[in-house]
Design a binder for this molecule. Structure first.
Ligand code: PHE
Length: 452
């Protein structure tokens, strides 16, 4: 405990918990198809550049805010900004964005659970072509209750971990689930690469095709880096508020970034060899994981087993991320509204469950109701990814770069001078000028106010 607040037990826990938030559907579901559509290895190179230039500095900045204030993401800005209360709007933006993201993230997480369970029961095994699988997926979404039940089970799983507390719930689950996730990923990667023609898939994934790279590719890579590292949503601030005083923020940020990128790359080495081995066109977009892959698994020997393992991987990745988003809400309601932690968690669960159910129905029986032409599900995704995330990141970098006291910031990152931070000047320059500029561009581009 520190100032009446729980802390994570070890340095490794800090890394695993933060990596749990970062590693999610964004790495395994989204990264491979975005990379596939944007020139494979070329996208990978650009992505790594974005992680270094934008992801790492903002992540480190959020760690510093969180541990320095030891508060939830709204309280953190309030306490560091002192009299300039306006800055706390960044915190409110992060709480609101976490809530809205959970609205659609829980729905997709529910699908992963359905696929896992139907793989275990063997029900999915008969769907061996993409066309039949697409029909099955559509029928599932149009069902009035089934997707909702899976979404609600996922909400309950998340809730259970949160009410168990910071150490017994969040920390312990990350220590169990993250190693398991890595083992599964490596096993699946080996299985996939050794399939006939699997190497062709690797070539496709790694060979840089610069002809596919446009200016938009850079902004896509930036957006992906941001979402993948869970930054500007308060998750990393809230988690860092539970770090110990001697946790090294620099190496924690570096390790989390590294693990997150390794998982994204490994996910590509699971998906593309399998796709090539089945002779399917690789740029299958978002349906790659829910439609193309299950049909491939079902033509393999022991298909149901591989399918179950793959969807378990998605369930684990999604769960550690929903836990972190839920914790943002729980910590905020608990500390700012002065409810007990249990009641705060209940309130957050109830509100997000309701939103997720409506979002799920908006893809099914309520398809015809749209907001500016999009379903509620898509609207939640677009609003958060295109507007709230880049704006949150923009103001976070401005806050740390310009407003936060330089000595306090330096002291926080170096553990009061015990560690060296040779890159400090570069870090501040990135936060002051480079990150705000890039984030402003992403925001203007995504909101359609600027085109390339
Ligand atoms: N980083 C997670 C992913 O890659 C998603 C996420 C975003 C989780 C923001 C928490 C906060 O899927």
């Amino acid at each position: 405990m520190k100032n009446g607040r729980a802390t994570f037990g070890s340095r490794l826990s800090a890394i695993l918990v933060a990596a749990g938030s970062a590693v999610g559907l964004g790495n395994i579901w989204r990264f491979p198809y975005v990379a596939g559509e944007n020139g494979g290895g070329a996208f990978l190179l650009i992505y790594i550049g974005c992680i270094l230039l934008l992801g790492l500095p903002v992540l480190l900045a959020e760690f510093a805010i969180g541990r320095n204030s030891r508060r939830n993401s709204v309280g953190a800005y309030k306490s560091i900004a002192e009299k300039s209360k306006g800055w706390s709007i960044i915190g409110y933006n992060s709480v609101a964005a976490s809530f809205l993201i959970l609205g659609f993230y829980f729905v997709v997480s529910g699908w992963t659970l359905e696929y896992f369970i139907t793989s275990v029961t063997g029900d999915i095994a008969e769907y061996t072509s993409s066309t039949i699988n697409a029909e099955r997926f559509d029928a599932f979404m149009l069902h009035p209750v089934r997707p909702i039940i899976y979404t609600l089970i996922f909400v309950l799983l998340t809730h259970t971990v949160i009410v168990m507390g910071v150490q017994k719930g969040i920390e312990r689950s990350a220590k169990m689930l993250m190693p398991l996730l890595f083992i599964i990923l490596i096993v699946l990667s080996i299985r996939s690469i050794t399939l006939p023609d699997g190497i062709e898939g690797l070539k496709f994934f790694f060979r840089p095709d610069f002809s596919k790279v446009t200016a938009g590719t850079f902004l896509d890579a930036l957006g992906q880096a941001f979402f993948s590292l869970s930054i500007s949503l308060g998750c990393m601030i809230t988690y860092a508020s539970y770090f110990k005083d001697d946790t090294d923020l620099r190496t924690t940020a570096l390790n989390v970034t590294l693990l997150d990128s390794v998982v994204a790359v490994l996910a590509g080495t699971v998906i593309f060899p399998a796709v090539f081995s089945a002779g399917i066109a690789p740029a299958a977009g978002p349906s790659l994981v829910f439609i193309t892959l299950p049909s491939i698994f079902n033509t393999m020997s022991l298909g149901a087993v591989w399918s179950a393992i793959f969807f378990l991987l998605l369930v684990l990745a999604a769960l550690t991320s929903t836990i972190s988003l839920h914790e943002v809400l729980t910590a905020y309601v608990h500390e700012e509204w002065h409810l007990s932690r249990k009641n705060a968690a209940r309130a957050a669960t109830l509100a997000t469950a309701l939103l997720a159910c409506v979002a799920s129905l908006s893809l099914g029986i309520w398809r015809e109701y749209t907001i500016c032409g999009s379903t509620l599900f898509d609207a939640l995704d677009l609003l958060t990814a295109n507007i709230m995330l880049p704006l949150g990141g923009l103001f976070t970098s401005l806050f740390v770069g310009w407003k936060m006291n330089g000595t306090v910031l330096h002291d926080e990152i170096t553990n009061r001078g015990k560690l060296k931070f040779g890159m400090y000047r570069a870090f501040v320059i990135l936060l002051r000028y480079v990150c705000p500029l890039l984030l402003l561009m992403i925001f203007l581009y995504n909101s359609g106010l600027f085109s390339l």
